[in-house]
Design a protein around this ligand. Structure first.
Ligand SMILES: [Zn+2]
Length: 368
């Protein structure tokens, strides 16, 4: 599908140097801008001949216009959600950690936004170990909202809603929450009619032990696991000295890939950044590092976005993205200063657009 990529990885993609194969806008009259409804004949081969008895893998071929999606997300209201989450933290002792009033108010905000957009959000409760000071079992919950479309090819788009106790968590992971909310709203506003069901998930207790996403996956039957075609994670999308990275689905760059189907997710993220001439790079799945973990362990194809936490920016990264070489990608990671002033707004727009593009590509992929 993307043979060029093998020549540009594992270093940062020199997409600006590649001859432009920019996608052509093929929007049919009357179709929502950014979502191409006519088949461009991309040549993606259906896999109906696969001998596997697993659920068919989706082929998220090029029906969505990556440049139009980016344009949309340069105008969308992600920052408004961050302002709301900051106010909630300010009103609740400076954080939005699971089990606190700050989490409850964050949840109500997300639910209001989803309802106003026409969704029907539900809470999925679970117990978790508060840890640290005591071993109290506490209760928290995920928020789930879904589109129409075939449940046999479900796409889950998730990010954690809780912050650490030490700060308001605006980049980590208010940024991911803002991206998911805007994607959910964007799909409704565009009148997108997904072929495949999308589940928008806002996880609780990620900062404890990834408890919310673990609970969600634990509750899936074997059939439901097989019917989950992709999990798309976003955990930090606006790091102030950040990078554009997406997960190395096949392990070709870092040696530890995800289940079959994860490479296709990686490829679709790549396609977005390439089509928009935005430098980007891959990042490994790290054991127990974020909410993709439970999905990977269950054999569900996964991928997603990460703009960086406490690693230092390399010289090569500074050349590609700007910013401060040698400085932390997010100098306020898990600290009280992870506030509204700790975000890169342009990066948030680009990363939100990338996640929207991949979500739409999977939501609209033809089944087989
Ligand atoms: Zn996080």
């Amino acid at each position: 599908m993307l043979t060029l990529r093998k020549h540009v990885f594992p270093s940062i993609l020199a997409v600006l140097l590649l001859s432009s194969t920019a996608c052509t806008s093929e929007s049919a009259a009357g179709s929502p801008p950014g979502v191409v409804t006519s088949s461009p004949g991309s040549g993606a081969a259906p896999r109906s001949s696969s001998p596997s008895v697993e659920a068919p893998r989706l082929e998220p071929a090029g029906r969505v216009d990556a440049q139009a999606v980016l344009k949309d997300f340069k105008r969308r209201g992600m920052v408004g959600h961050l302002e709301a989450l900051q106010r909630i933290a300010d009103d609740n002792g400076g954080n939005r950690a699971s089990g606190t009033s700050g989490y409850e108010q964050s949840a109500r905000y997300v639910e209001e936004q989803l309802r106003a957009a026409g969704y029907n959000p539900v809470r999925q409760t679970f117990t978790f170990d508060e840890g640290r000071r005591n071993r109290n079992q506490a209760e928290s919950f995920n928020i789930l909202a879904e589109t129409g479309g075939s449940a046999a090819n479900t796409v889950v788009v998730g990010g954690h809603l809780d912050s650490v106790e030490d700060g308001p968590g605006i980049n980590d992971n208010g940024s991911g929450v803002a991206a998911i909310l805007e994607i959910a709203k964007w799909m409704k506003e565009k009148g997108t009619d997904p072929t495949n069901r999308v589940v928008f998930a806002f996880w609780g207790a990620e900062e404890n032990d990834l408890d919310g996403s673990r609970h969600y996956v634990d509750e899936l039957s074997e059939t439901e696991k097989d019917q989950t075609s992709a999990y798309l994670n976003v955990d930090m999308a606006a790091s102030p000295n950040g990078i554009r990275s997406f997960h190395d689905g096949d392990g070709s760059d870092f040696g530890d890939g995800g289940p079959e189907g994860s490479k296709e997710i990686e490829d679709v993220f790549f396609r977005f950044f390439e089509a928009n001439s935005l430098p980007a790079e891959t990042t490994p799945f790290e054991d127990g590092d974020s909410d993709y973990d439970a999905f990977l362990r269950a054999g569900i194809p996964a991928g997603g976005l990460f703009s960086g936490d406490e690693e230092s920016k390399t010289d090569t990264q500074a050349q590609a993205y700007g910013g401060t070489p040698g400085g932390d990608l997010d100098p306020c990671y898990h600290e009280a200063c992870d506030t509204l002033s700790n975000i890169d707004r342009a990066l948030l727009q680009e990363m939100s657009g990338a996640l929207a593009y991949v979500t739409a590509a999977y939501a609209l992929a033809p089944g087989n």
